[in-house]
Design a protein around this ligand. Sequence first.
Ligand code: F6P
Length: 525
Amino acid sequence: MTPPTTLPAWAQLQSLAGAAQPHLRDVLPADHGRAERMSLKVAGITLDASRQRVSPAIQQALVALADQSGVAAQRDAMFRGERINATEDRPVLHVALRGDPLHTGPWGAEVQKDVQRELARICDFAEALRAGTVLGHAGDAITDIVNIGIGGSDLGPRMAADALAHLAHPGLRVHYVSNPDAWALWSVLRGLDARRTLFIVSSKTFTTQETLTNAASAQRWLTDHGVPADAVARHLVAITASPAQAAKLGYAAERTFLFWDWVGGRYSVWSALGLPLAIAIGSEHFRLFLAGARAMDEHFCSAPLAQNLPVQLALNGIWNRNFLGLPTHLIVPYASRLVRFTPFVQQMDMESNGKRTHTDGSAASVDTGPIVWGGLGIDGQHAYFQLIHQGRHTVPVDFIGVQNEDTPLPLAATHHGVVNLNLRAQAEAMARGRSLADTQALLQQDGMGEAEAKAMAGHRSFEGNIPSHILWLDRLDPARLGALIALYEHKVFTQAAIWRINAYDQWGVELGKTMAKAMERQAAG
Ligand code: F6P
């Protein structure tokens, strides 16, 4: 393994970072054609990277870094199914889950066959539920589905179901419970009829304490509400990569949907774990969701590094993290249906790249994954944006907007205008800021005396120079959503490839789990 710091491009970037760079407020008006030059459109998503603090020389050196790091070769190894998750000795093949159903991808025929078989099973089951032909033990059609799962077995389908809520089946309600706090489950169950309720227990390992606690409690609720013990299985579905474990707990084989150890939990929304989403939006929309991700995969595999959307997102992130020394990354969607997008990417990014060891076992020689945080942008404006504008941290931002809105409310266009104007204004205000001198001059123009304007200027000026991306989705539909998620997945992959870390294990979550188990044993005597 070549440590990233030994690559010529790394040294070149370090020297570029040491040289003075102009402020974005000077660059933006002077650099004609910058927005066009620094924009890329792929699969219905447009990236505007013009507010990144990168010059053409920096961009070139970043692309050279990706090249010298062997990003393309590492990417191809992933798609071929090589065991790139070396610490768990597994391939990483979530891309196969959204592969072309008619053509076997580089992962080979066996994987292709397994994927298409399970996809057909979940699509059939989702359609049967939507048609009202999946019945409870007493012959009633199921109306409520409760997904029990946590982390990757919750965040993906839940986020996507919110994002595509406009496509949800009107007669079916899909609920999500992740927290093992009794209230979380009770607050969902208290309104439900056990005869019409189906539980989906989603867990890759089928050993997660939080999920098994909720699943056992759900079974007890079923029997307490009149479901005979020998009919409980009719109200249960398991989604897992450990079918033997599910069988031991009484889940029927025909109601167990599978994925495989080569699908990481945080990359599993494309697998059988997407069943709650497929139930809500229907199998046709679910397949469009997969196709959107596939379009991003095809771009990632074929576009040159300098015009490659995920690679560009990754490289700007590397510049901000490693060369400008900015440790956090804010993601702010402006469409309220994307309310759960940031927590979803937070798991994907932080559980993947929150590592301090290179792939060869040596201590990481560079800073790795940033702290990813955020939420809906408009709400953030009225909460924590103050710190972004005037605090002492520089926080790089991804703004995510939707260009065409189709909510059937009479004044929808007005709402949409307000939302997108705010997005644009924030990106611009963060980039340009307002200098002390300009602020003082403005205050004086407004009639304030010179001494007072001078005293106030510090409070009312803005440092600016805050780097941001804007990602515009043409519209919020299954294909664009699929492409957006795949974009972030490949960004995370590319950064890990450059940092030389394994993005696909998560040993960091083990110690706390082990200690909780030990405490449980101790408490039991
Ligand atoms: O503890 C972290 C984690 O293992 C995540 O990686 C995973 O998404 C989550 O727990 C749930 O795991 P499982 O699907 O096996 O229940």
